[in-house]
Ligand binder design. Structure first.
Ligand code: INI
Length: 155
């Protein structure tokens, strides 16, 4: 049996983080987590490009263009959609999720999913580092690093 697991080492690699400003209280914590993770895996701070978009709905369009540049080894998508009282949540969360998934399947580099979809702000903050639930930005960056390593080994 041959088991192949991606090496998450970030030395010499360049990453893009595409992050939405809507619910910035949460998304800035996701970004901080993603940055910490990339630095902890030896990515240079100057090799991290951060692109801000207005809301989660805009993530797929920006991701597609950043991916087309082929300037990065991996891309991390970060955002936060909170349910609130209207059906708007379903449309924004659904469109963003589907759009990110489409790009992740077709891009030449790994594109990982750090979009929080929660019922409340409290739940979102918990998943952005406030409690033991960890930081989903950190997790998405770690997945991008590992997938970079894996894709290199597959190729
Ligand atoms: N965008 C978010 O990122 N999170 C939300 O919770 C949200 N809600 O609830 O409306 C949201 N809406 C804005 C949307 O992403 C677009 O920016 C806007 O519709 C313009 O296209």
């Amino acid at each position: 049996m041959n088991e192949i697991v991606g090496d998450p080492d970030g030395v010499g690699k360049r990453f893009a983080v595409v992050v939405s400003r809507f619910n910035e209280l949460v998304t800035k914590e996701l970004l901080a987590g993603a940055r910490q993770c990339l630095l902890a895996h030896r990515v240079e701070d100057s090799a991290i490009d951060v692109y801000w978009v207005p809301g989660a709905f805009e993530l797929p369009a920006a991701l597609a263009r950043v991916a087309a540049l082929k300037r990065h080894d991996g891309i991390v998508a970060l955002g936060c959609v909170i349910r609130g009282a209207t059906p708007h949540f379903e449309y924004v969360a659904g469109a963003a999720t589907q759009g990110i998934a489409d790009i992740a399947r077709t891009a030449a580099m790994p594109v990982t999913f750090g979009l929080l979809t929660t019922d409340t702000l409290e739940q979102a903050l918990e998943r952005a580092g406030a409690k033991a639930a960890g930081n989903k930005g950190w997790d998405a960056a770690r997945c991008a690093l590992e997938m970079c390593g894996l894709l290199r080994q597959i190729e």
